[in-house]
Design a protein around this ligand. Structure first.
Ligand SMILES: Cc1cc2nc3c(=O)[nH]c(=O)nc-3n(C[C@H](O)[C@H](O)[C@H](O)COP(=O)(O)O)c2cc1C
Length: 177
């Protein structure tokens, strides 16, 4: 079994709910995912995992969820070179359209210089927002899946399913299932 670790932080539960849905999709493809609250995580556990999925919401006008912010120093001690990582973020595109899923950009800014092998970039098509720190250089992709439970909850299920299928291929996991 590939050691797949999903680490989430949350203030009101949405990012954890998405974690469970991601796990369910992986499980339907024959892969187990361990879910862990970032408050309980360690650099050692990240080092052990073959694949990491990080889930993070954005709060207070581009602010970083507290447990993730507390974990930053520990994360910077992990060995991420070549580590397969995918990101997803929770946000509210209409309420906070100048800061939509900014925390995903923050995480990307930490792990990319550490030479992580980051997959799961997600097209911005279908979202309405003004600015995001999570945009790729060409500005047509987010650095990870964007989920908006506040404004587009009806799209979350299909987005999660499509993204999991995408990262299964990008991580070359579909061959093992
Ligand atoms: C006071 C407040 C501030 C927020 N700030 C942002 C923000 O800056 N950017 C964003 O994309 N979403 C923002 N949101 C939306 C949350 O990220 C969203 O509700 C998310 O689903 C919360 O995830 P959680 O339940 O895992 O904490 C904000 C929500 C509230 C209530």
């Amino acid at each position: 079994m590939t050691d797949i670790l999903l680490v989430f932080g949350t203030d009101t539960g949405n990012t954890e709910e998405v974690a469970e849905k991601v796990r369910k999709q992986f499980s339907e493809s024959g892969h187990e995912v361990e879910i862990m609250d970032v408050a309980d995580c360690s650099a050692d556990r990240i080092n052990e995992a073959v694949i990491c999925i990080f889930g993070i919401p954005t709060w207070d006008f581009g602010g970083i969820q507290g447990d993730w912010e507390d974990f930053k120093e520990e994360l910077e001690t992990a060995e991420l070179e070549g580590k397969k990582i995918a990101l997803y973020g929770l946000g509210d595109q209409f309420g906070y359209g100048d800061f939509f899923i900014d925390s995903v950009g923050w995480l990307h800014e930490i792990i990319q210089p550490m030479k992580a092998d980051i997959k799961g970039y997600w097209p911005i098509k279908g979202y309405e927002f003004t600015e995001s720190r999570a945009l790729s250089l060409c500005k047509t992709f987010f650095y990870g899946l964007a989920i908006d439970e506040d404004q587009q909850f009806e799209l979350s299920g299909e987005r999660i399913n499509a993204w999991v299928q995408q990262i299964l291929i990008e991580f070359e996991l579909e061959k093992l299932a």
